[in-house]
Design a protein around this ligand. Sequence first.
Ligand SMILES: [Zn+2]
Length: 58
Amino acid sequence: MSFTCQNQSCRTRWEEADVTIKDEGQGLLFRCPVCNSRNPVVPQRRPDGTIRYQQRTR
Ligand SMILES: [Zn+2]
C-alpha cells in the first residue's frame, strides 16, 4: 500500500512509513513532505487487528 500526493503538480509517491498521519480537525490526513498538501486517508482494520490507512480519493 502506497500513497500518491493528490497535488497534480506533485504526485510524489509515499509509503505509509514515510508520512505522519494525523487529525487536524477534518478527519485523518497526511501532509505531503514535499509540497505540504493535505491528503485525506481512511483507517481500515485488517482481520489481524492492525490498522492500515487507505488514501481517500475524490
Ligand atoms: Zn505533494
